[in-house]
Design a binder for this molecule. Structure first.
Ligand code: ZN
Ligand code: ZN
Length: 139
């Protein structure tokens, strides 16, 4: 048995196994986890901020529970992660379906722009277009 400092509160404690947290911090974690889980059981459609407010557990902590796989997202629940672009609740990944489409398109056009820039100079491109129009009008 080793004595360690708790990673959260800094208190000395007898370390056994698992996370380097003292017993009271571990219990606190456990309590909060239980509260979140129970709230979700009753309110499967709640969003992360709603849960956070209702059970007084920070959003980042709820996210940690989620990342650690301790919380499960129910099939019909419309929480828990938020789209990093428009903040709508999503079930997995970083972006909602809508934003993934937009981002995919943006990526594509950015890629195309980059490709154009590297092959043709913007100015000469413009001149070419003007000349072509002029010739066309002449005909
Ligand atoms: Zn502690
Ligand atoms: Zn979005």
């Amino acid at each position: 048995m080793a004595v360690k400092n708790c990673a959260r509160c800094g208190k000395m404690f007898s370390y056994m196994i698992g996370a380097p947290l003292c017993l009271s911090c571990k219990n606190q974690d456990e309590e909060e986890y239980k509260k979140v889980k129970e709230f979700l059981y009753d309110n499967p459609g709640a969003t992360m901020p709603e849960v956070s407010e209702a059970v007084d557990v920070t959003v980042s902590k709820i996210k940690r529970f989620l990342k650690e796989g301790r919380l499960e997202i129910k099939e019909n629940a419309n929480f828990f992660l938020e789209c990093e672009r428009c903040s709508v609740p999503i079930k997995s990944g970083q972006y909602c379906e809508n934003c993934s489409h937009i981002l995919a398109n943006e990526m594509k056009s950015a890629f195309n722009k980059g490709a154009n820039k590297s092959t043709t100079d913007q100015q000469s491109d413009g001149r070419k277009v003007a000349k072509m129009r002029y010739l066309h009008r002449d005909k």
